[in-house]
Write a protein that binds this ligand. Structure first.
Ligand code: C5P
Length: 211
């Protein structure tokens, strides 16, 4: 029980950004990696708050789960769950939301609608600058090229301590495995491809010796 007495925040899954009352924008995140991390942290005794976008996954044992739909709701839920000793931001938050229509958009003579996108807040970067920043702040980076270089840039831009980067062209989102690189200010540690549950356990071990 190396994490007993610690409060750890985990975000997981996609966000859904409404276009109108029946449609939304989303991405391919399954939530599996974030849920596995929440489970592994709870198994080591942490008090875990899991803020989950819309996913079809059971809540891991001893985890407090808060379900949200949109990026704005996720940002508010993270704020409300503070303070935390560590935060692991695994969610694939939508970068943009839509200026949504209050009514269902109808097909018609006017042709296809134009969607106006508005940038969502960066929840991780906001936390990185916050006075209530958890002592250990971990971001994820799903990349399709130059994985480590992009992760290094992200580490600085978002003010976090570690970026867990993976190549989603090699391990597509929604799959069972990940090959991750842990990028910190001290360097890069590249792990072999392994099951998401194993990535989660190793990360929980690394977190337990850090906080
Ligand atoms: O910039 P990018 O979306 O690749 O960064 C990914 C990391 O930032 C993840 O940890 C993700 O949870 C977090 N993020 C966030 N809020 C956003 C966008 C990304 O917390 N609006």
């Amino acid at each position: 029980m190396t994490l007993s007495g610690k409060h750890v925040l985990v975000t997981a899954g996609p966000t859904h950004e409404p276009i109108d009352p029946v449609r939304y924008l989303a991405n391919r995140s399954s939530g599996k990696q974030g849920f596995a991390i929440a489970a592994a942290l709870a198994a080591q005794g942490a008090r875990v708050t899991l803020i989950a976008g819309p996913v079809a996954l059971p809540t891991p044992p001893r985890v407090t789960r808060i379900d949200v739909e949109t990026a704005l709701q996720m940002a508010a839920a993270v704020e409300a769950a503070l303070p935390a000793d560590a935060a692991i931001m695994v969610a694939a938050v939508a970068d943009w939301r839509v200026e949504a229509s209050a009514q269902k958009i109808k097909k018609g003579a006017a042709g296809p609608p134009t969607l106006t996108l508005v940038e969502n807040p960066d929840i991780l970067a906001t936390l990185g600058r916050s006075l209530r920043r958890p002592r250990l702040l971990i971001g994820f980076a799903a990349e399709t090229e130059n994985v480590v270089a992009h992760a290094r840039a992200k580490l600085a831009r978002k003010g976090c301590d570690w970026i867990v980067a993976n190549d989603v062209s090699a391990d597509p989102m929604g799959g069972e495995t990940n090959r991750v690189h842990i990028v910190t200010n001290d360097g890069v540690e590249s792990w072999d491809r392994m099951a998401k549950d194993d990535v989660a356990e190793r990360l929980a071990d690394r977190i337990a010796v850090t906080i």
